[in-house]
Ligand binder design. Structure first.
Ligand SMILES: *Cc1c(COP(=O)(O)O)cnc(C)c1O
Length: 371
């Protein structure tokens, strides 16, 4: 580690997670979701690793993310989950990127872009089955289908998929899961009645892929699971393994007397003479400022509390009389093998989810990809 910190990403772990997920959901196929820079793990390396593990599809949110994968030579079927901005649709269509449409207007804009690109667009029609985010309500669904059918007949699009997304798949037994499954079934039946036969039907995210077998249909869209994370209570099953370890090296170590106020606002004061260590990562690197006082830094085989305010670029640890030295490695989170915190524990402790922790790791933290 030459830099102030490093996020090590085990690519074999990503491949292994996808392989295990493929087995778990078969005969459904796996779409590895690599949006947001592969949940912070690096989109292109994560995509390669996921395809090596058996992912038949890749998913991103924006066209720019899709084109980055295509430029890297990745030719796996690829869906843009929210391709806003129709100025980019022609580029996506030309690069064989599937687009999502949740309104008749969106279908028309994609069809127009297809004419510009000189080839058929592949479209996944999105039904809102209860999340109330993207997708057409069941009231608007027939007009979306009719617009799509006409565009298909005109040769400008092909309906590659019909899909939806859960609100509470990570809350086992939540009645909305069954309600959304029923609504999806209905949306598919209405589509069939309207003469739309999608190549793939998909509604499951990681939590549903793991926990709701009826939700798997032809394809599951697995983001967190790809990286060994899940939002289910208690986190991912043990056969999924976190792929990222975030570490740093102590940049400075010093003895200070008791009664010394530490970091901005002196929100921590040493109780006796002690050794302070400076960990050169802060909230600009993705360490939440709310982590003040939490025992979430691991060094020399044990946990240490964050002493005082987390700054933009650094935080302090009170090491007592532990013989720490400048250059010693500290681990912020990892797979948890040695007792170091996991991103799951960071999320649980801070009232958020592991996804927000890993996607929040700053761009200036180098990612080191290990085969
Ligand atoms: C991000 C996302 C996913 C992946 O969710 P995970 O819980 O990470 O598996 C699936 N579908 C859609 C629409 C998404 O936006």
């Amino acid at each position: 580690m030459d830099s102030h910190a490093e996020a090590t990403v085990e690519l074999s772990t990503i491949s292994g997670n996808v392989e295990a997920l493929c087995e778990h959901v078969a005969p459904a196929a796996v779409m590895a979701v690599v949006k947001a820079n592969g949940y912070g793990h690096g989109a292109v390396p994560a995509a390669h690793a996921a395809v090596d593990g058996g992912a038949a599809w890749l998913g991103v949110v924006h066209v720019a993310e899709a084109l980055e994968l295509r430029r890297a030579g990745i030719d796996t079927p690829l869906l843009c989950l929210m391709a806003i901005g129709s100025d980019q649709h022609a580029d996506a269509i030309a690069a064989s990127v599937d687009l999502s449409a949740g309104s008749a207007g969106m279908v028309r804009r994609i069809a127009a872009a297809a004419a510009g690109a000189g080839r058929r667009a592949r479209v996944h029609l999105k039904a809102d089955t209860g999340l109330s985010r993207g997708g057409a309500t069941l009231a608007d669904w027939p007009s979306v289908l009719e617009t799509a059918r006409q565009a298909e007949a005109a040769g400008s699009i092909v309906v590659a998929g019909v899909w939806s997304h859960f609100a509470s798949a990570d809350d086992p037994g939540n009645p909305s899961i069954e309600a959304q499954l029923a609504a999806f079934k209905e949306a598919l039946a209405v589509a069939e009645g309207a003469g739309i036969t999608p190549q793939v039907r998909h509604i499951a995210n990681t939590a549903a892929a793991l926990d709701v077998p009826d939700s798997r249909y032809d394809l599951v869209r697995v983001g967190g699971g790809t990286y060994g994370l899940a939002t289910l209570p208690g986190g991912p099953p043990p056969w999924l393994r976190p792929a990222m370890t975030l570490r740093a090296r102590l940049a400075l170590v010093k003895r200070v007397p008791g009664g010394t106020g530490v970091s901005y606002g002196h929100r921590y004061t040493t109780s006796r003479e002690t050794t302070l260590g400076l960990v050169p990562v802060g909230y600009a690197d993705g360490i939440p400022r709310a982590a003040i006082g939490l025992p979430l830094v691991w060094a020399r085989g044990q946990r240490w509390r964050i002493a005082g305010t987390v700054c933009m670029d650094q935080l302090m640890i009170d090491f007592g009389d532990e013989p720490v030295a400048e250059g010693d490695e500290v681990v912020i989170f990892g797979p948890g093998d040695n007792g170091e915190p996991t991103a799951q524990e960071w999320g649980d402790t801070l009232g958020t989810i592991s996804y927000e922790i890993v996607t929040g790791i700053g761009a200036r933290v180098p990612r080191a990809h290990r085969a």
